[in-house]
Ligand binder design. Sequence first.
Ligand code: ASC
Length: 151
Amino acid sequence: MKALVALTLAAAALTLSAPASAQFAKAEDAIKYRQSALFVMGQHFGRLGAMANGRVPFDAKVAQENADVVAHMAKLPWAGFGPGTDKGASTKALPEIWTEQAKFKDHAEKLEAESVKLAAAAKTGNLDNLKTAFGAAAGTCKACHDNFRAK
Ligand code: ASC
């Protein structure tokens, strides 16, 4: 039974860390890594939001570039949520990330899927497509934050 639990945890950790293959010397590095990845993604996502919400003029090329960055960045943060990284630096990550790993993974995969759709929408050069895809992607950010990030 113990072995099964260990195996299950190892498999879950592997799945969460697979896309980036990142290695961390200490928990603090993993925390910095995931926060940095999410920050960079947020900056590019914010530029898309500004266009989707009409705060800046729509520029199809800029939208495409930013959406491509978001789609790539969306794969990265999860490697930084490995076992033992619930503390070690200042973090808003809630314990549920580690106690409800399947649910957390589901949220991460939703973001990844919606950011691929966002990049595809940006590629069409159509603002309405961008708005729709941006809204869906933003919904996945919010859902995960509501469930797994401290206020
Ligand atoms: C952003 C950003 C987030 C999400 C979230 C969506 O631009 O940095 O974390 O959108 O606010 O609800």
